[in-house]
Design a protein around this ligand. Sequence first.
Ligand code: SF4
Ligand code: SF4
Length: 526
Amino acid sequence: MTADGTKAPKACADAECGLFALAQSAELKAADGDTTPRLVADTPSLDPAKDEWDDDTPLYEARRKIYPQRVAGLYRRIKWAVLLVTLGIYYLTPFIRWDRGPSAPGQAVLIDLSNRRFYFFFIEIWPQEVYYLTGLLIIAAMTLFLMNALAGRIWCGYLCPQTVWTDLFQAIERFTEGDRREHLQRERGGWTAERVARLGAKHFLWLMVAWWTGGAWVLYFADAPTLVHDLATLRAPFVAYAWIGILTFTTYALAGHMREQVCLYMCPWPRIQAALTDEYALNVTYRYDRGEPRASVKKASALRAHGLPAGDCVECLQCVHVCPTGVDIRQGPNLGCIQCGLCIDACDAVMAKVGRPPRLIAYDTDLNIKRQAEGLAPEYRLVRVRTLLYLAIIAAVGGIMTFALLTRTAQSISVLHDRNPIFVRLSDGAIRNAYTVRIANKRPERREFTLSISGLAGALLDVVQTREDGRFVIEVGPDQTREIRVLVTDYADRPAGSTPVNFHLYDANSGERASAGDYFRAPEGG
Ligand code: SF4
Ligand code: SF4
């Protein structure tokens, strides 16, 4: 057994010697007097019906430390590219500037909690426009479902923050403590000054990355250059330091220490994903029709020479050694597999060395593997009812949000009818209703609005303290809201009950309008 608990070849002390040493060291099992080559590996059953539940199997398994080995290949390159882009976006976005005029913040992406605004480049979301957030959440959920329907847990394997930061922390670990073999050898060698220094360097770099991750997060909530200056001169608010501390700790703990444990035990998505997937979703899959029965290179040649079957898997365990969650994908689908594709890269490299075709492990479906085992052509069905449905929902919600954004106004009005009393009968017999009207000016300059009503012929409008030249002129400051008391008095002999009434806001300078509806309530007997 290796230090991480995986089964290692007997004579291959040097993991770098890899598959060839393994192939040479592995012994053929031969029956008494029988010189016919047999397979070394006990191939696990891939038939669930053959699996047996062992009553003695403990329900708790202690953590097995994982030492992922460096690997090169297509999927590794994709993961590096995704890591650079996503971390680049996260760390640098707060420093992007966006000119919104003199009285508005100049940061492109800003969550302005004190003024209850969210700025995203040219878009400014007000609290009453929280439905945009709802739309974004629906699109995000449907995109996740779509990814799952197309290629299983590719979100987990490439884009999930836990994966991205863990990948970065593992790269730092390999940089400071060496690749898998070197790291294991150093740990077996006990405590030395060099090991302590390397360990110290690793934790220092981890803490630096974690600290900058927490620091970048708070920059989304205030003007980034100003906050950086305030943080450096110890003049930033305490809450900023507190959040940086909390996020430094969580990043260091989750990406540095807990790693795959988060995916295996804490994250609900693997369970939800397993319930959402179907047989046509592409998953990282071991082609047991090609790989089994496993044999070393030499033995496979001998077996083939005797006309016996020999699979392409040479039992080198490279696919297991590169896996960030310690999964042996050859055992079949596994909840711990995050579909990162690194085992594909590892196995492709092995196949290239042994002169066998690549993609013994590949993004494929179990259905296709069965089909290929039966000599049928693989069948890919990326366009299915569920993928079309997810796409349709994304397109519909995206379309509605785009339309709403393009047609949104720079002012809004909302009306709230007084609850107590609902109406008042005046001494002259007229009925009066009172309302609270909230007007929002979403422009960065001061504006004047006039207010009027319709739907209640003959009724009089009175806006407390805002009359000007016989009109009700309401001044609202830049990027502000204003609440006003509005009285509507009706002298008509109106039947009891509710009559719809509309409130109209008008900006005479720009000609822009906004309206909101409510009801005028009258008592029995008018
Ligand atoms: S599947 Fe590929 S990488 Fe894994 S043990 Fe077999 S040959 Fe090696
Ligand atoms: S089994 Fe392969 S795809 Fe799955 S997590 Fe491990 S390396 Fe990634």
